[in-house]
Design a protein around this ligand. Sequence first.
Ligand code: SF4
Length: 395
Amino acid sequence: MLASACPGWICYAEKTHAEMLPFISTTKSPQQVMGTLVKEWMGAKWGRRPDQIYHVTVMPCYDKKLEASRQDFYNEMYATRDVDCVITTGELELLMREKQWDLSMPVPGEAEAAPARGDGDEIELPELIVHPGTSSGSYLQSLIALLLADARELELAVRTVRGADYEEYTLADRATGAVVFKGAKCYGFRNLQNVVRKVGREAGVQIGRGAAGRMAALRGRGRGRKGDAGDVEKGYDYVEVMACPGGCVNGGGQLRPQAVQPQTDAEGYQRDWAVGGVKVDGDGVPPGSDARWGTREWTRKVEEAYWHAPPTPPPSPGHEDDRVRAPDREQHVTQNAERLAAEILVDLCRPQTPAMSEMRWNATMDAEAEERRRRLFRTQYKAVESEVVGLAVKW
Ligand code: SF4
């Protein structure tokens, strides 16, 4: 299974590697899952229809705007989208500068209670949890944590394939050495192409064959030798795929480094770009100059900021005093999150089975509830045919 959280990767697969589409998780991306939660779940609690809510997300890249505008995420009945507006972190910073907002100042009305629901109770909003793993969502880490929690006799090994952007994670049975799970974290297009080739080889799919490749995937020769001692032939069970090298901290919409006004132009002359009539962006930097997002140094700094003080994601409001990440507090918050996830499933999917007391976010429900879950939280992908017909091109 290949991750579905990165729209850069999804666009690439739909346009270039349709044979990979059957391997991509059909779970909506976090942005779109949140779209469903805000418009369907929170909206119902607040007594608002989906079209009475305007939902804005702040994201690391422009591809997230394309994702939000996909037809699958349009609610025809209410003529509204799950996410109405996506702004990037860079755009948010520009907006704040323009409005002269100071983040250290209190927000008007922030002390007021959240809107009450019909029965007069306050809605309990999920807490933000500080998480281990990667700064791009920790999908692989979550799977590994789940497997380790269920079977503690497993041993985790990590192998660097190509720097920090391509690593393999293997879980093997301590007693027999048999590999029971193999995953990879794969960031950046170069690594991604390698993974596409590898997955194609393992599944018996011819890369670049579009629909024909897909059929071959379904007939596939099967992957690796699951359960064998030694993992040489074992195929990947899961790959956390991200299109940007370094992951989302290096997204194209992220904040740029502090403006460093270039002192010299390409020919070595000293000049002030703006005075000289050169088109500059908001930071006074000419487009195409080196002082932009995307350098390794800047990505490292953003990654560092992600993991260090203040903790990111920050603790939820009202828990400022609990910043100490005591293990029991983490456990408490995780249990609360699990309970809330189960409650959301019950509210949205209305299962007849299992009983609420046995309900977990990954519980198998009755057929009707499963169908509602599929409609709310899953999506689909379509191969995009090139609009350029070779013979019609006038050279
Ligand atoms: S990896 Fe890049 S393209 Fe993909 S979601 Fe993150 S920022 Fe966007």
